[in-house]
Design a binder for this molecule. Structure first.
Ligand code: GCU
Length: 424
């Protein structure tokens, strides 16, 4: 049996891109590790209740993740203008209305536009709503011909019709299988999405997106403990929340922040920073998302800071291959969502994201939920595929590859139904 597992792991690793080979996929090779205690403050005092958590430990951990991992957001930038391109376009055969809103940010001669695409159940009054980023432009999430095309930089992908870093009609709807909008609307929820590159293009270049808004004269990149791209994306989500809390059709006490993969890392960090988000969904967020760094299974701090240095603050490089020196681990990020409902997912073929590390991290975060008299995850053993478990933290491992699917969304909606009661 043991050999079979090793052979399967080897076969999987041969199919992976070079960056992901010579990576540990063997449970036996996971080093012994001790997690930093989420309930012991930096001066060694045990945190015994929710009040002390909120007053001492929560702010400490936010600062550590800010300084050492994602980077602090160094400026306050408010929405300068809201341009409503479309207020209530008819969508999904009259089931929904489509709203397209541009949030404009201005500083000196800098200007940035972030466009929010929303679908809301028609004539439903204030609705709970999911908000999260997409990877390649709002028009990719649905084949709805009326979604505006982004003019922002998008990574070239000729097979999707993305050329010279600009999208074309060809990519309309290409990611529609990642977000079953009609089902979400039918369940009584709204959904809002933003192209992540509107806020910060996903490239190792700090000259575009929101970063330059924080620079002093002569500064060309963030300081060592200042925002990388994930922090910039988290900032963008908090600005979306600023807007959503003014939208009369949204119940701003029930806004659920979601994200897949790198965008799941951003969703978690946004939920940690901004307690207005009522619930958080981390889908296959992996390394520096939900997964424990000290396990060293799949992607590690060493590999992620090499491949995607711009996602983090420069200080994180100190911990490449020295995960044991990190003052935090990712269960602490999950704990920063407490006491709000949190859904963590993995996928059976997504070993790079370390499913077990994601699960164990969610188990460990439960300690903080207990301070509030809530049960985090109701189990200590990882459930089998496609068998969701939930307390105030929910978890499932879906059969299949790294992705966000209709199956995942069905579980998110069910969980939201049970966690965010409809009466106000
Ligand atoms: C890469 C990266 C992951 C990330 C993923 C994604 O695989 O190594 O950390 O989550 O891309 O965003 O799809």
């Amino acid at each position: 049996m043991k050999y079979l597992v090793t052979i399967i792991a080897l076969l999987i690793s041969f199919n992976l891109p070079a960056q992901q080979r010579s990576v540990n996929y063997d449970e036996e090779e996971v080093p012994n590790y001790t997690l930093p205690d989420v309930l012991v403050s930096e001066n060694g005092r045990r945190i015994k209740n929710a009040k002390r958590w909120e007053k001492i430990r929560r702010p400490e951990l936010l600062e550590l993740f800010g300084q050492e991992v994602y980077g602090e957001i160094p400026v306050e930038i408010e929405i300068a203008d809201v341009i409503v391109h479309e207020e209530a376009g008819e969508a999904y055969d009259g089931l929904a209305v489509r709203r397209q809103v541009e949030l404009v940010f201005v500083k000196d001669d800098l200007e940035l536009s972030v466009e929010l695409l929303m679908y809301l159940p028609k004539d439903s009054g204030e609705v709970p709503l999911f908000v999260g980023y997409n990877f390649n432009g709002n028009h990719t999430v649905s084949d709805d011909p009326d979604i505006r095309l982004t003019e922002s930089w998008v990574r070239d992908n000729p097979s999707l019709g993305i050329v010279h870093n600009q999208v074309t009609e060809q990519s309309r709807g290409v990611s529609s299988d990642r977000c079953p909008i009609e089902k979400i609307i039918e369940a009584g929820y709204g959904i809002a999405t933003i192209y992540c590159g509107d806020v910060d293009p996903d490239r190792d270049n700090f000259q575009d997106g929101i970063h330059p808004f924080s620079y002093q004269l002569g500064q060309f990149r963030p300081g060592y403990g200042e925002w990388g791209t994930i922090s910039a994306w988290a900032w963008g989500l908090t600005k979306a929340m600023d807007y959503l809390s003014t939208d009369a059709d949204v119940d701003s006490s029930k806004v659920i922040v979601f994200g897949h993969s790198r965008l799941g890392k951003a969703a978690l960090w946004a939920a940690a920073l901004d307690q207005r988000f009522a619930m958080c969904i981390s889908n296959n967020s992996g390394c520096m998302g939900a997964a424990l760094s000290r396990r060293q299974f799949g992607e590690t701090v060493g590999s992620i800071t090499k491949a995607f240095p711009h996602w983090f603050c420069e200080n994180l490089n100190k911990y490449a291959s020295r995960e044991e020196n990190l003052p935090v681990d990712q269960h602490m990020l999950l704990a920063l969502v407490a006491p709000r409902p949190l859904y963590v997912t993995s996928a059976t073929e997504d070993l790079w994201a370390d499913p077990k590390g994601e699960f164990l991290s969610a188990v460990e975060a439960g300690k903080v939920y207990q301070l509030y008299g809530l049960e985090g995850l109701p189990v200590r053993e990882m459930p089998g595929p496609d068998s969701p478990v939930s307390g105030t933290i929910a978890y499932h491992i879906r059969t299949g590859e790294h992705n966000i699917t209709t199956y995942d969304w069905e579980q998110f909606v069910d969980f939201a139904n049970t966690q965010l009661t409809t009466e106000k």
